[in-house]
Design a binder for this molecule. Structure first.
Ligand code: HEC
Ligand code: HEC
Ligand code: HEC
Ligand code: HEC
Length: 484
């Protein structure tokens, strides 16, 4: 949820500048994975509640139910719906026994004098492991529900938007079959930002996951024709006109001293250059006039088509935070940490001797290497790796199971509570994060060799989210491990 204060601030600034700003999300905002392990439920649901509080402050108009949002169970999402100031939408998540809807299938909004209908569709991805027998729910194919939904909304909306977490290929099929839908916002499947793609009269666009970007689509909508114009052709015409302006300026410079054919009589190279410019200009002139005619007939046919422009804004570190949403995020992370602390206490009680904490299998801890590798050990102590856990303590996040894996040793692939009860010798980014578990080697050096780390070793933690300036050779040189 780290990017939320920035996202909120972007929205505030946009709303100051523009009327009719509608914020929509097609889902997959509460959880990353499809299912969360039971011991992670308290911390992750606390985070989910923080996200809802932030979305309330940001005045979201509607959010689609995606599969990931059901990771803590259907009952949980239904309960969190009570705390949401916006509707959660799904037209195809229904009770198994009676076929009744669990969420609103659509919502009608009034924005800038227009009626906008928003429908939600949930992905099922072909397996039903998510919804337990107890949930009494199934996700129906869109073909069963969407046509009815569109019929129901007929004549009631100037614009029809679909929030869909279905796979991109399905959304394309929807667009091909239902030009009545003007915009599909998709989420939760393929990665990355995808600029609007137009199929018939439907635009499909996607913003990358986990709030790393916001997508801003500005639409000038003609509610009479309800048709997107050909903004590609419009752009081409503009480009050609700009190019002609540039050429005209260059041609003008040749003509400054009189007719170039006379002035440059004795300079054949220069003259050739001038004539090439003229020829290019003529060609462009013909193309532009062709494009203009095409544009004008298009406009007559379409009576002022609607236009759009789109951009994605990455939530970079430098962007300003919204203070109110930052307060929510801070309160949430401290609550998450408090829950982790409770769990850590409970686990510590399970050990007979106080303070005797866990070593994951085959780990020995960094101090065990000290005797035989004194120079590397001394060097390592001077790096920030050795104090990575202290960094979390300083931030009051040392019990946050989301942060721990990259700031301690031996739990990168097994988050969860083991990270909360690690032995002191593993509460740093220790030797074994890079050289692999080495208890056998430490006991009998010749019998087992530790690993030589590669770039991939580092990238498990130095992800772009957490370190967008990571350059392997430079970082390696800074560490200076190995060559004492
Ligand atoms: C009892 C002494 C001893 C301890 C304890 C020990 N090592 Fe070693 N280590 C050695 C010796 C000796 C070698 C050289 C082995 C060889 O060249 O065959 C070695 C080699 C290595 C190498 C280089 C491997 C290579 O392929 O070149 C790494 C890395 C390493 N140790 C890491 C560690 C780490 C991490 C620990 C602590 C978990 C550790 N060692 C604990 C004695 C020790
Ligand atoms: C288990 C996670 C993890 C792995 C694996 C990892 N790092 Fe780091 N690294 C961190 C963390 C966390 C920090 C920041 C620590 C802090 O400031 O508290 C960090 C900081 C650094 C720094 C800054 C150190 C300083 O003292 O200025 C460098 C350089 C670095 N890492 C290089 C590497 C390289 C090179 C590799 C791979 C050979 C690597 N790291 C592997 C987690 C990791
Ligand atoms: C995927 C691995 C990963 C996770 C998860 C992670 N960190 Fe880090 N963290 C890093 C790395 C790598 C660095 C070093 C970045 C650098 O040197 O620029 C770092 C650096 C830091 C720093 C010091 C640098 C700074 O930006 O001020 C703080 C503070 C920090 N992390 C806090 C946290 C907190 C709090 C969490 C949990 C909410 C967390 N980290 C989760 C990998 C991670
Ligand atoms: C962030 C990752 C990282 C950490 C942490 C780390 N090392 Fe290394 N270590 C490396 C890399 C990478 C190399 C290879 C350096 C090179 O080739 O220039 C290396 C090399 C070595 C070597 C020498 C191997 C040789 O062939 O000469 C030894 C020994 C070693 N490390 C021991 C340790 C010990 C002991 C610790 C903990 C006190 C430790 N390392 C912590 C990344 C790490």
């Amino acid at each position: 949820m780290g990017g939320l204060p920035k996202k909120a601030q972007q929205l505030v600034e946009l709303r100051e500048k523009k009327n009719g700003v509608l914020s929509l999300d097609s889902g997959a905002l509460l959880f990353k994975d499809k299912k969360i392990p039971p011991e992670q439920v308290p911390q992750l649901t606390a985070t989910a509640q923080g996200i809802i509080a932030a979305y309330n402050l940001m005045s979201f108009a509607a959010v689609g139910v995606a599969r990931q949002d059901l990771a803590a169970g259907l009952a949980y999402l239904l309960s969190i719906q009570q705390k949401s100031d916006f509707p959660w939408l799904s037209a195809n998540l229904v009770s198994r026994t009676q076929g009744k809807l669990y969420f609103k299938p659509h919502t009608l909004l009034n924005m800038a004098g227009m009626n906008i209908a928003v429908i939600g569709l949930t992905n099922d991805q072909g397996d039903n492991t998510l919804l337990s027998e107890k949930d009494n729910a199934v996700i129906l194919p869109w073909t069963n529900v969407l046509p009815k939904e569109i019929t129901r909304l007929k004549g009631r909306a100037d614009m029809l938007i679909l929030l869909s977490s279905l796979p991109a290929s399905e959304n394309k099929k929807i667009a091909e079959k239902h030009p009545e839908i003007h915009l599909i916002l998709q989420s939760g499947n393929t990665s990355g930002n995808l600029g609007p793609e137009r199929i018939n009269n439907t635009l499909i666009t996607q913003v990358e996951q986990q709030g790393k970007s916001v997508g801003i689509l500005e639409a000038h909508w003609n509610a009479q024709t309800k048709r997107w114009g050909d903004s590609g052709a419009e752009k081409l015409l503009l480009e050609r006109k700009n190019e002609m302006d540039r050429l005209a300026w260059q041609i003008g410079r040749y003509r400054k001293n009189g007719e170039p054919k006379l002035v440059l009589k004795d300079q054949p190279d220069m003259l050739a250059g001038y004539e090439a410019l003229l020829a290019q200009f003529k060609k462009l002139e013909q193309e532009t006039s062709r494009l203009t005619v095409a544009r004008n007939t298009r406009n007559i046919n379409q009576h002022q088509a609607s236009s759009f422009s789109n951009r994605f804004e990455a939530m970079r570190k430098e962007l300003p935070d919204n203070p109110a949403v930052r307060t929510i995020v801070e309160a949430t992370t401290s609550e998450v940490n408090r829950l982790g602390k409770l769990a850590a206490k409970a686990r510590a009680m399970a050990y007979t001797k106080q303070g005797q904490m866990a070593f994951p299998e085959n780990y020995a801890g960094s101090t065990s290497c000290q005797n035989c590798h004194a120079p590397q050990f001394k060097n390592w102590l001077n790096t920030r790796h050795a104090s990575a856990y202290d960094t979390l303590e300083r931030k009051g996040q040392q019990f946050n199971t989301k942060c721990l894996p990259c700031h301690v040793t031996g739990v990168l692939n097994q988050a969860g509570e083991i990270a909360l009860s690690l032995h002191k010798d593993l509460r740093q980014v220790g030797c074994e994060n890079c050289h692999g578990p080495a208890s056998q080697h430490a006991a009998k050096p010749q019998s087992a060799r530790p690993l030589q780390p590669t770039k991939d070793t580092c990238l498990r933690c130095h992800t772009t989210d957490h370190d967008d300036k990571f350059i392997f050779p430079e970082a390696l040189a800074r560490l200076g491990c190995g060559s004492p």
